[in-house]
Design a protein around this ligand. Structure first.
Ligand code: SF4
Ligand code: SF4
Length: 348
């Protein structure tokens, strides 16, 4: 890894280099909540002043830029007994994600394991990922983030460059040639020993700011043992089965495919729509049988996929501890509370 240092005013110049030929997406203030606190969202930006470098967390992850909620997979046309099929990977130009926090970078790394590197890679996702350049930035830990417990509070890979604010200057980690070439457009310096010391102090200070925690010790085994626990019924009774938790989750990728045929039978299309395992029809199959008709069984499934099945397949959890699901859940269901209650049930 290569490290460089640059003065704060150089970041604006770097942004202008990015935006000259690329689509740039960053966190902007989208509004204010009822306590008059800013609500942040990832959005297309062309003006550096619009970007909020110190954003806390966005309500929605950056997922819609590489795993859109709704995406046309293919269209079909029939003319004179010949049929044609058109496929578009829905990319116009390279995308730069500017200021992604470590949890969201780690979420992408997890999605890559399934959608890029598994037996059946998804070409629509792969095409977008390959046209993506990631500028990571450190965050200020929020009370609802438990990423430190999930090992996702720092990003070691999955970005092109990662910027840390040292107070007076920026410290940048460079992972790719593209990043190195971009940085040639601004004035950077070799970090000195005092910069390394300052960097380590900043990292140490941030580490102490994490407050929320989840004990994941032996979690896969505990989940196996507590499969029939009444705790699932307790949380299921509270759950509204609204599916919000999956919509705001940076790692939820389950989807369904809809096929629609034009009324004149001259055309058809296939559309991919992200789904949520908490929704009532998620496990419904042809003929109307539903494998998980009760709310508690669907909520349980979500936890078992994230913290049990994915760990078995990839040796890591499918949760990055961003806390978005708990913050958005109208029933107040949070991952730390659910996991704690399962652990407590096993101790009785
Ligand atoms: S957001 Fe909350 S209420 Fe809605 S499905 Fe998820 S856990 Fe249930
Ligand atoms: S399950 Fe919740 S805390 Fe975990 S990654 Fe998804 S939204 Fe974040």
């Amino acid at each position: 890894m290569i490290f460089r240092i640059f003065e704060k005013e150089e970041l604006k110049k770097l942004f202008e280099v990015f935006v000259a030929h690329n689509r740039v997406v960053g966190a902007v203030e989208a509004g204010r909540d009822r306590d008059d606190q800013p609500v942040y969202a990832f959005s297309d930006v062309s003006d550096y002043n619009e970007i909020k470098l110190d954003y806390s967390i966005t309500k929605l992850p950056a997922k819609r830029f590489f795993l859109p909620f709704k995406e046309e997979l293919a269209t079909f046309r029939i003319e004179n007994d010949n049929w044609t099929k058109d496929i578009s990977y829905n990319i116009d130009r390279p995308l730069i994600l500017f200021g992604l926090h470590p949890c969201d970078i780690n979420a992408l790394n997890k999605l890559d394991k399934v959608l890029l590197h598994s037996v059946y890679p998804m070409p629509y996702y792969a095409a977008k990922r390959k046209n993506m350049f990631i500028v990571g930035m450190n965050c200020v830990p929020q009370p609802s983030c438990f990423c430190r417990s999930m090992g996702t509070d720092t990003a070691l890979h999955g970005f092109d460059m990662f910027i840390t604010d040292l107070g007076g200057r920026y410290f940048v980690e460079i992972l790719t040639n593209t990043a190195f070439n971009f940085l040639r457009h601004i004035r950077t310096m070799e970090p000195m020993e005092e910069d390394h010391i300052l960097y380590m102090k900043v990292v140490e200070k941030r580490k102490k700011e994490f407050t929320a925690q989840v004990d994941t010790t032996d979690l896969t085994k505990i989940l196996d043992m507590e499969f029939q626990s009444d705790v699932w019924k307790y949380w299921g009774d509270r759950c509204l089965a609204c599916g919000t938790c999956a919509s705001v989750c940076p790692t939820c990728y389950c989807y369904g495919v809809e096929e629609t045929v034009d009324i004149n039978l001259k055309g058809a299309k296939k559309t991919k729509i992200l789904h949520s395992c908490n929704l009532i029809d998620f496990a419904e199959v042809a003929g109307g049988h539903n494998f998980r008709p009760e709310r508690h069984s669907r909520l349980k499934y979500r936890y078992y996929h994230k913290h049990r099945g994915f760990v078995e397949a990839f040796e890591e959890s499918l949760c990055v501890g961003c806390g978005r699901c708990g913050e958005s859940c109208l029933a107040g269901i949070t991952v730390p509370e659910v996991i704690e209650s399962i652990r407590a049930d096993g101790k009785e």
